[in-house]
Write a protein that binds this ligand. Structure first.
Ligand code: C2E
Ligand code: MG
Ligand code: MG
Ligand code: MG
Length: 287
């Protein structure tokens, strides 16, 4: 990658960088046609409540089945289509698909859908959500929207109004990837969230503590976050729970919910229905 050395940033020629730029361009130019061709799939990853081991629902995670490149991860293309605005169409499609798939699940199972800051800034998300709920007949109480901190930075007051309107409809709001962003703590007080999803990096750090008794830092940070969330009456979800040990630790620390490979990987809608019918017996047999 390009190297920064001291005060003078020296960028060395790096063929890998070119390759990466070409890949980005190629993906970008393929997107529109591929989207029109229906090459996108929504997968669902289970979310579990610690207190009674209840399956509460699934997070919708999009995948691009590229005709030549195979499965492309959202981390490789979401930011590209955010730059040119095509995330708006993809986001609306994911929302519609997720609401429609969730209608096949028994109530009160919920679906959580990721929302891009571009959708918040450039579209009327309230209208989009109301339309999707109406078209699919999914009750608003079974839809959760996941926002990241980057959604909160632009026009705070209008975002607060939007979130309040969504919550008046009965939709719940989660703050995603908490701990990776900016002045996180003030956001918690300022914006009306229902839930805090604590980023996987903290969970990883805590899981290292499980093996390495030396450092209690990660656990201390998690405890502080949980205290704050409790004080603000927010539910808390731990992302990226991969093992029984970590799950036990996070439950002990006081998280409300868990999500991660330990419980289940993102799966097709069909597989999700199967998962629902077999929960909790299916637990851990998956992995
Ligand atoms: P996210 O919303 O934080 O989603 C969680 C990511 O962590 C998912 O990656 C999931 O597969 C992964 N994950 C879950 N459990 C584990 C675990 O135990 N271990 C590990 N190593 N990873 C785990 P994925 O599906 O690749 O999605 C990446 C990101 O792309 C998402 O992060 C989200 O920010 C974004 N994204 C996905 N679908 C959409 C979408 O429809 N719209 C928008 N705007 N963004 C999306
Ligand atoms: Mg998410
Ligand atoms: Mg997340
Ligand atoms: Mg994350």
């Amino acid at each position: 990658a390009a190297k920064a050395s001291g005060k003078n940033k020296l960028c060395f020629y790096d063929p890998k960088l070119d390759e990466y730029a070409m890949l980005r361009l190629a993906l970008l130019s393929d997107f529109r046609q591929s989207f029109a061709d229906g090459d996108f799939v929504v997968l669902y990853q289970p979310q579990i409540r610690f207190s009674d081991n209840t399956l509460i629902g699934f997070e919708a995670l999009v995948r691009w089945h590229h005709p030549e490149r195979g499965v492309v991860s959202p981390t490789d293309f979401i930011h590209l289509i955010e730059e040119n605005g095509m995330i708006v169409q993809l986001g609306e499609w994911v929302l519609r698909q997720a609401c429609s798939d969730a209608m096949n699940w028994p109530a009160p199972l919920q679906v959580a859908v990721n929302v891009s800051p571009v959708q918040i800034e450039r579209t009327n998300l309230l209208t989009t959500v109301i339309k999707a709920l109406k078209a699919t007949s999914l009750p608003a109480s079974r839809l959760e929207l996941e926002l990241t901190e980057s959604s909160l930075m632009c026009d705070g007051d209008s975002t607060i109004m939007l979130l309040n309107s969504l919550r008046e409809q009965g939709v719940r709001i989660a703050l995603d990837d908490f701990g990776t962003g900016y002045s996180s703590l003030s956001y918690l007080q300022r914006f009306p969230f229902d839930k805090l999803k604590v980023d996987r990096s903290f969970v990883i750090a805590a899981s290292e503590n499980v093996q390495n008794v030396n450092s209690a830092n990660a656990e201390s940070i998690l405890s502080a976050i949980l205290q704050l969330a409790n004080a603000l009456h927010l539910q808390t979800t731990a992302e990226g729970v991969e093992t029984q040990d970590v799950s036990t630790l996070l439950q002990k620390l006081g998280f409300t919910n868990a999500q991660g490979f330990f419980y289940g990987r993102p799966m097709t809608a069909e597989h999700a229905e199967n998962f629902i019918s077999q929960w909790p017996d299916i637990q851990n047999k998956e992995n």
